[in-house]
Ligand binder design. Structure first.
Ligand SMILES: [Fe+2]
Length: 393
């Protein structure tokens, strides 16, 4: 057996580009002008519908006012499916659109990114792009991504996650040019998010930050984004959950999810996400809820691999670690994470998502093949993942 003389497991770092973004109250009103600037005359608006919020109608109006024609695809579901990607692409072609506008959270953005990938590759199946890609010609089809949740970060990332409905498996698709052309993050849109979804998507953002900060990829340039997102979430998520009209908390959560998106974009996610992807594919379980349940048990398992990073996470969450050892500070971070989950009244377990004992083996197999498991701070194998899943049941 050859001796490994490499200093690091992942010695070469990649820092991925992110789109120009407009962040702030009322930024959605610039959607029409932004769409025009990137060359869109007829947009396919890709969304889950956001029923009852008036957001889709409002943004359609803003686009129309700027002279941008709009065709709407509003059939995106959570854990966006392969056939939804192709339905959106088909509608795009039929309506002779020349650019994409996604409106919503991660599902809408990812479905849109998927349709755009298919579009750029002459209609090939989205399933063909599972894993790492690097297209000979970078994607140059315009895409404006408008975010309405405080969790996704998908408006700023290059990864696309789509469910293969035959295998019931979430495909992680990495293509360096798949990020949106421009992004809009408007707290006014995020303000419509009900408390439960505020909690679940906010914890998803927290997972992005914690996993990016602890991942074995060690992308130092992402750490500042990650720690700042953790700090913002620690200070604001409870308030945004408790009072959706708290403007300061909503704005800070908008920044938090954006910073966490930047962090995960290059530093990656770990086992909380590997398990959530598996549950999303197999049982169509909501991503943010899966992460909210999995966050603490996985961090407890991971802590021994990098206690100093957990100590930093504790300080970002407001813990005064003066006089503590590194391990004591790391333990306090875990307590803070647990307290946050409890304050947000996340009482669900994986069994509430339909998980039964018979699913565990397949679920663990899926999670082991997920790239996020390879970069988890502490080594995992199938038995470890099965144990972590059982802790969440
Ligand atoms: Fe996520």
């Amino acid at each position: 057996m050859a001796i490994n003389i490499n200093r690091d497991e992942f010695p070469l770092k990649l820092y991925h580009a992110t789109p120009r973004a407009m962040v702030g109250w009322g930024s959605y009103q610039m959607a029409g002008e932004e769409a025009k600037k990137i060359g869109i005359k007829h947009a396919l608006l890709v969304t889950s519908g956001l029923k009852g919020t008036g957001i889709v109608e409002e943004i359609k109006g803003v686009l129309n006012y700027a002279g941008v024609e709009v065709t709407i695809y509003d059939k995106v579901t959570s854990n966006p499916k392969d056939y939804e990607v192709h339905d959106a692409y088909k509608l795009y072609k039929e309506a002779q659109c020349d650019g994409y506008v996604s409106v919503g959270g991660g599902s809408s953005h990812d479905c849109c990114k998927g349709a755009r990938i298919v579009d750029s590759q002459n209609g090939r199946s989205i399933r063909e792009f599972y894993g790492m890609n690097e297209f000979a010609e970078p994607i140059n089809i315009p895409h404006l991504a408008i975010t309405t949740t405080c969790g996704t970060g998908a408006e700023t990332t290059y990864a696309t996650v789509i469910t293969d409905t035959d295998r019931k498996y979430k495909l992680l698709i990495f293509e360096p040019s798949a990020y949106a052309t421009r992004a809009i993050v408007d707290p006014a849109l995020i303000r419509t998010l009900p408390p439960k979804l505020t909690a679940f998507t906010g914890i998803d953002a927290l997972c992005h930050a914690v996993e990016a900060y602890t991942s074995r990829l060690n992308v130092v340039a992402s750490w500042g984004f990650a720690l700042h997102a953790i700090q913002l979430i620690g200070k604001n998520l409870r308030e945004a959950f408790g009072n959706g009209n708290n403007a300061e908390a909503r704005e800070n959560m908008a920044w938090a999810q954006y910073c966490a998106g930047h962090a995960i974009n290059s530093a990656g996610a770990c086992v909380v996400h590997a398990i959530a992807h598996s549950l999303g594919g197999l049982l169509d379980a909501p991503h943010g809820l899966c992460n909210s349940i999995g966050l603490v048990p996985v961090q407890r398992y991971n802590m021994v691999a990098c206690p100093e990073r957990y100590a930093d996470i504790g300080r970002a969450l407001g813990v005064d670690t003066t006089g503590m050892t590194t391990v004591q500070a790391a333990e306090r971070a875990l307590e803070e994470l647990d307290k946050l989950i409890k304050d947000l009244e996340v009482t669900e377990r994986f069994t509430d998502l339909g998980l039964e004992e018979q699913h565990i083996d397949t679920l663990a197999d899926y999670a082991c093949t997920d790239f996020a498991s390879n970069i988890n701070p502490r080594t995992v194998d199938k038995e470890v993942i099965k144990d972590l899943i059982r802790q969440c049941m």
